[in-house]
Ligand binder design. Structure first.
Ligand code: ZN
Length: 148
């Protein structure tokens, strides 16, 4: 059993990636307060969606922190404003807020973070945005999440 387990897991992962079109969102933030993409696309059929965030800059989290928050586009500005009040201890994300569909941890330069959320939280054709909720960043670090 011990010897076959890793093979089974590998097969499962392979099967998952083969059947699900696009269930991963890869984003990079830098010291220029920018994400490397202005839109990302995921498949509506994804059982789970993974957000991988890298911070390719060097500045620390309290100076140039980045995260990825996904909300409906109409919620993005009020959630960002409430996130400022929530503070760095809460990664500038309102706590237990149903408007927040998913969010990563807040990271500094050289760090990476990953989060996974249920794919059924996003509907095909919905109007969603991703943004960094660090104070002042969300006006520049914002983009569309397209669900196909
Ligand atoms: Zn940021």
């Amino acid at each position: 059993m011990k010897r076959t387990f890793p093979i089974a897991v590998a097969a499962l992962l392979f099967a998952g990636s083969a059947f699900a079109d696009n269930c991963t969102i890869d984003l990079d933030g830098n010291d220029q307060m920018k994400f490397d993409k202005s839109e990302v696309t995921v498949s509506a059929s994804c059982p789970e969606i993974t957000i991988n965030l890298t911070h390719s800059g060097q500045l620390p989290v309290n100076a140039m922190g980045h995260n990825v928050v996904i909300t409906q586009t109409g919620d993005y500005m009020p959630v960002a404003q409430d996130g400022v009040k929530a503070g760095l201890d809460n990664d500038y994300v309102p706590v237990d807020d149903s408007r927040v569909i998913a969010h990563t941890d807040m990271i500094g330069g050289g760090e990476t973070t990953t989060v996974t959320f249920p794919g059924d939280k996003l509907s095909a054709g919905g109007d969603y945005s991703f943004f960094c909720s660090f104070p002042g960043h969300w006006t520049m670090m914002v983009g569309k999440v397209i669900v196909e």
